[in-house]
Design a protein around this ligand. Structure first.
Ligand SMILES: [Zn+2]
Length: 251
């Protein structure tokens, strides 16, 4: 998309998580794409007009780039590019969304402005995470799922990182920080675990597909995969989302 012009906009289903406004196609058509970026779970397309197209893939969404071809089921928005390629926004469950933000709206968009650091950025280190967790009384799992603590970490990766770091999802987040405000050693382990599970997932290039590639996610009742641990993976619900963990080795 970057460097190309949007020549054609087809809205096949305007009812995404938020309804697309009637002006949506008009504001996109003819626009040059200056850059395509990602921030946390948002995709941001900067346009020549100064507007930004904000996209979120929700639970089940994807973008498919194809040179030609007819739209498939659940292709809700199709952007035809001057290169001849088309971008198909597909989302069976329609929890995803698109929004057009003016430059001013982009600068003040609360969910963008409040995002925590990117987990793979050098700025996301034990000092930063420790400061974000200090004095928090919420369970660690809930704190890590808060996009203001770290941006873009999804439920599965929080679960996997906590197991890798040997930390319980139900312990109070603030207990990882010492009385003088410094991060305890476990915060270093947690930061490395978060970066590790994300890098592996990017290498795999897929969230699920076929076999379950995760060590504890969706493995309730199975033996804990940690060497020497005889625990059994348990499932609980926190903040409306499934947590899987080993009560024996995650403290
Ligand atoms: Zn275990």
């Amino acid at each position: 998309m970057a460097g190309a012009r949007i020549t054609r906009v087809a809205v096949r289903q305007p009812k995404l998580r938020y309804r697309l406004p009637a002006t949506f196609a008009r504001r996109l058509r003819g626009q040059m794409v200056r850059a395509v970026e990602r921030r946390a779970k948002y995709l941001l397309v900067a346009l020549g007009s100064g507007d930004r197209l904000l996209m979120h893939l929700g639970m089940s969404g994807s973008c498919r780039v194809a040179r030609a071809g007819r739209p498939e089921a659940h292709d809700h928005v199709v952007l035809g590019m001057s290169t001849g390629a088309s971008v198909f926004f597909n989302d069976p469950r329609r929890f995803g969304f698109m929004r057009l933000l003016t430059a001013g709206e982009h600068a003040t968009h609360t969910s963008l402005a409040r995002l925590g650091p990117e987990p793979l950025a050098p700025a996301f280190d034990a000092a930063a995470l420790g400061a974000a967790l200090a004095r928090r009384r919420t369970p660690l799992k809930i704190a890590l799922s808060d996009q203001r603590v770290v941006g873009g970490l999804g439920n599965i990766y929080v679960v996997e990182a906590l197991h890798r770091a040997g930390l319980s999802p139900v312990r109070r987040a603030g207990t990882l920080v010492s009385a003088n405000g410094g991060p305890r050693p476990a915060v270093h382990d947690l930061v490395q675990a978060i970066k590790g599970v994300l890098k592996e997932a990017i290498r795999r290039q897929s969230r699920t597909g076929g076999d379950n590639p995760f060590l504890v996610y969706d493995r309730e009742g199975e033996r804990c995969p940690r060497r020497g641990c005889r625990g059994t993976i348990r499932r609980i619900v926190q903040g409306g989302r499934s947590t899987y963990y080993c009560p024996a080795c995650q403290r």
